[in-house]
Design a protein around this ligand. Structure first.
Ligand code: G
Ligand code: MN
Length: 303
């Protein structure tokens, strides 16, 4: 009997042998198997590509850096965000290969932008699991050496929660990367319940203020006070702040007025593919003389 049920329930057979309350499990399983096969095909096919979101200088809006975000250009489903494929890639142990492909392609493009003086830095998000792997930093340094990107142009973004999961190992990774000139940014700051003291003692160069704080910064005086004091503290500690998720002009104005040097978010630009990024960078660079043109001269030419 058991044998017959197994036969009927094979991956090609009808659903009859599976009790109705478990049909959805089979559907889930089929979807998973499908996604797994698709992912294994997509990685070598180069369908997972780096997209870029500008980081701007608050004073003049000039692009000074980019954050790399992975996107899957799926042949039939269109463009997929990491949420649609990263969790399953992590489960299947494929996330390393995805990160590698995105890193290599991202560095290759950014090396050219850095060499032309279009950006100063490029940042990559590190998979939280990587931090718990003792070989992570050595491997990253090895991969970086195979690209044309100078180590001083690389920023590695790490989420605070995982940083504290194994503090001694995190420190070792950070110190090894710092020694090569790679900077570390603490990502999504303000979402967790960080051990501030522990964070303060890690050699971190940048803190990225999470969008959940930024979205209320211009409308909620308490959030405004909190962000202002984080900015003060960061300045005192020699840490640079990047405000993430800036979506409205009022937020940008508040942040600039509070001395926040770097901003990122939909107000400035959404993540975009490499060719659009290249165009945006050239436009941003061409805009510098206009921004810096002294007042009298501008008035003369306008007259
Ligand atoms: O965790 P991390 O900060 O790396 O997340 C980056 C994600 O945030 C990307 O998926 C990106 O598309 C998204 N993002 C970037 N800018 C904005 C923004 O202004 N608003 C919102 N809601 N999301 C943003
Ligand atoms: Mn990030």
């Amino acid at each position: 009997m058991a044998k017959i049920i197994c036969g009927l329930g094979s991956s090609h057979g009808p659903l009859l042998a599976i009790p109705p309350e478990e049909w959805h499990l089979r559907a889930d399983n089929d979807r998973r198997l499908n996604l797994e096969a698709e992912l294994r095909r997509a990685i070598p096919a180069g369908e997972i590509e780096p997209w870029f979101q500008p980081v701007v200088d608050s004073r003049d809006g000039r692009i000074v850096g980019v954050e790399v975000l992975a996107r899957w250009r799926h042949p039939t489903q269109g463009l997929l965000a990491p949420a649609a494929f990263v969790p399953i890639a992590e489960e299947l142990g494929l996330i390393g290969r995805i990160d590698e492909a995105v890193f290599e392609a991202g560095c290759h493009l950014a090396a050219d932008w850095v060499a032309r003086g279009l950006i100063e830095r490029i940042s990559f998000n590190v998979s939280p699991r990587d931090l718990l792997d003792p070989g992570f930093s050595r491997r990253l340094i090895g991969r970086l050496a195979k690209t044309d990107l100078p180590a001083t142009a690389l920023v590695v973004e790490i989420t605070e929660t995982f940083l504290l999961e194994n503090l001694a190992l995190s420190r070792r990774h950070i110190e090894r990367l710092n020694a090569k000139g790679v900077a570390i940014a603490l990502d999504d700051f303000g979402t967790g319940y960080s051990n501030l003291r522990a964070l303060m003692h890690l050699p971190i160069q940048t803190v990225k203020l999470d969008r959940s704080l930024i979205c209320d910064v211009a409308s909620d005086p308490k959030v405004a006070k909190l962000v202002t004091s984080v900015l003060h503290a960061a300045r005192a500690l020699g840490i640079r702040i990047v405000a993430e998720g800036v979506e409205e002009e009022s937020q940008a104005i508040f942040l600039r007025g509070s001395g926040c040097e770097r901003m990122q978010g939909y107000w400035f630009a959404r993540p975009m593919p490499a060719d659009q990024m290249h165009t945006a960078l050239r436009e941003s660079q061409a805009a510098i003389p206009r921004v810096l043109t002294p007042e009298p001269q501008r008035r003369r030419s306008a007259a």
